[in-house]
Design a protein around this ligand. Structure first.
Ligand code: ADP
Length: 582
């Protein structure tokens, strides 16, 4: 399974992390606190509003009763009206101006009762469920109209006669849907009226066909309303649809006749403002967006130029000297980009100059090599030329002829050796690397060099502990062959000694050969590896050059050193590839 990673640079990820820790986390905490504060203070305001509005609704109800009461008293004082009432109470008993005012005030109910509560006239055919106590002037009473119960806010005015009531005038309003609609318009809240029937409360106005029982109140809330007769505020009123206030409607006997509900639907903008989670999520979202934009801005302003610089440096380190960085700003990063471009330009110039010098050096070296080669070949060719010219003249002298033929063969052999060595030097064979014991090519070359010779004593001190190197054994054997050939030539058929040693020095293996030959003069030491440098009559001067080239091609170094005793000492050094397991 491949691990998914953000498509961002490491620096960008760090900046994002820092922005997350420094900006987003504290912002989430602040968002939480802010949402708590906004929600609770908004909730408090809503509650206060609902309370005030509910009080206004109650006052409205009270106003109906006051109006009815006031009209009742006006009528009771009207002698003509009382006289008419005594004759025959009917609709026209009421003087026209009073009737008009009553209509304006919404007082539609007009009833006349005898002192023993017998109804003798009613403007609307209704029955009072419960009647008032004597002395009571205002009441909210349950009435039945067309078999439907509802509430009426009424004022009760006794019309006295000789000190005792003769009639009771009951004026008032039926509290129907009109009333609740008016209240809703006036307060901006949903208003419901519940009347009581036994232990239950019913709403008849919201749905005229069906009385809906008030069930959403808990027993505790009901006790609060009925026993303490105090308003009850609920955040989840009317089955959770509203936040609102239930106010008990208490008649003058102290009984709760109904409950008025004023509430605000839990929907819309204010519900968002009181919902802590939604608020928190909204504030967090805004914060995260701000944080993200901050990170993006930072990455554009700071990280982009740094990334350009990094790419430029990577290109330079990969030898691409044409790398350049766009200069985007006139600040420190811009200065850095300018400095980088200047540095890249200088490096480019230095590199070009170096390449040019290298080409020149190569041509010079080739010229020197060709000159040396021509010089080396010219001598034997000259001898061959002269000998072959003399050969023609010495046709009758077999002794001289044989001598000249020998010279021709020797010189052409020398040219052939030279060409062979030269070929070996110029032909670049790619080493076939393998992990090998470095002593193995040395010993093989030694065996070949010593074949048929018994004047050489060999001593070995191999302490390389089985360390291995990465090299081409064949090429190294050839290099060792050249070294041994030189040693044997330096000992020139006399009794001699070859001392071989191998040891590990740090992370390198060091292999040496020391002979007891003529030794190397200090002044020629620096020239040993030069092509065609030789001190020998028959030498080509290529043996050490070839050996050195081969050792370097195998990742090693060849050095001529001062020997411990008389003679010459050559050492090869290679990096250790693998040490033997202890
Ligand atoms: P060549 O053997 O053809 O002269 P080399 O490059 O092999 O060419 O050697 C260059 C010179 O280094 C030799 O001519 C000789 O003077 C010197 N030299 C090399 N190896 C030894 C040695 N083991 N003892 C003494 N001199 C040496």
């Amino acid at each position: 399974m491949t691990k998914w990673r953000l498509p961002l640079g490491r620096l960008q990820r760090k900046v994002l992390l820092v922005v997350t820790v420094i900006v987003i986390v504290p912002m989430l905490a602040a968002g939480w606190l802010a949402s708590e504060w906004v929600a609770s203070s908004f909730e408090q305001r809503l509650e206060r509003w609902i309370m005030d509005a509910a009080r206004a609704s109650q006052n409205w109800l009270q106003a109906y009763q006051n109006d009815a009461d006031m009209l009742g008293r006006v009528l009771a004082d009207d002698k003509a009206f009382v006289a008419r009432l005594q004759r025959r109470p009917d609709e026209d008993s009421m003087p026209t101006p009073v009737r008009r005012i009553a209509q304006e005030l919404g007082v539609h109910l007009f009833q006349v009762y005898t002192p023993d509560y017998k109804l003798i006239y009613s403007s609307i055919p209704i029955e009072m469920e419960a009647l008032w106590e004597s002395g009571q002037t205002e009441a909210v009473l349950k009435v039945v109209r067309k078999n439907k119960s509802m509430l009426a806010a009424v004022g009760i005015t006794p019309v006295p006669h000789d000190g005792a009531p003769r009639f009771y005038l009951v004026l008032g309003s039926l509290l129907g849907q009109d009333f609740t609609n008016e209240l809703a318009q006036f307060t901006g809240l949903k208003t419901r009226l519940y009347y009581r029937e036994g232990h239950n409360y019913y709403d008849v106005f919201s749905n005229p066909d069906q009385a809906v029982a008030l069930r959403s109140l808990t027993a505790d809330a009901l006790r609060h309303l009925e026993k303490d007769q105090k308003p009850y505020y609920s955040l989840m009123a009317e089955n959770g649809q509203f936040r609102g206030l239930y106010t008990p409607i208490v008649d003058t006997t102290g009984r709760v006749e109904g409950i008025m509900f004023s509430g605000l639907e839990r929907r819309g903008f204010h519900d968002v403002l009181t919902n802590r989670i939604v608020l928190f999520l909204l504030i967090s979202l805004v914060g995260v967006v701000i944080g993200g934009l901050t990170g993006l801005l930072l990455s554009r302003l700071v990280l982009r130029p740094i990334e350009y610089l990094r790419d430029g440096v990577m290109q330079l380190s990969g030898q691409n000297f044409n790398a350049s960085v766009p200069i985007q700003s006139a600040d420190e990063l811009g200065d850095l980009a300018k400095a980088f471009n200047a540095m890249a330009a200088r490096l480019r110039a230095a590199h070009d100059e170096q390449a040019q010098r290298f080409r020149k050096d190569k041509l010079t070296a080739m010229g020197e090599l060709s000159a040396a080669l021509a010089h080396e070949i010219r001598n034997p060719i000259g001898v061959i030329n002269t000998s072959s010219a003399l050969l023609e003249k010495s046709a009758g002298d077999p002794g001289k002829t044989a001598e000249l033929v020998r010279m021709i063969r020797e010189e052409s052999l020398r040219v052939s050796d030279l060409v062979q060595d030269f070929l070996q030097l110029s032909r670049h064979r790619q080493p076939a690397f393998a992990a090998i014991d470095p002593v193995q090519p040395m010993e093989r070359a030694l065996n070949t060099a010593l074949a048929g010779k018994n004047n050489i004593a060999v001593s070995k001190q191999l302490d390389h502990d089985g360390a291995e190197i990465m090299a081409d054994a064949g090429l190294l054997q050839q290099a060792w062959g050249n070294l041994f050939t030189n040693s044997l030539q330096a000992m020139a058929g006399r009794k001699g000694e070859l001392r071989l040693s191998a040891r590990v020095d740090g992370d390198h293996v060091q292999l040496s050969v020391e002979d007891s030959g003529s030794g190397i003069a200090a002044e020629i030491m620096p020239r040993l590896f030069e092509p065609f440098f030789t001190t020998k009559e028959e030498g080509t001067g290529l043996g050490l050059t070839i050996a050195n080239t081969l050792v370097e091609a195998n990742g090693g170094r060849l050095e001529a050193q001062l020997p411990e005793k008389k003679g010459a000492r050559f050492t090869m050094r290679f990096p250790v590839y693998k040490r033997a397991q202890a």
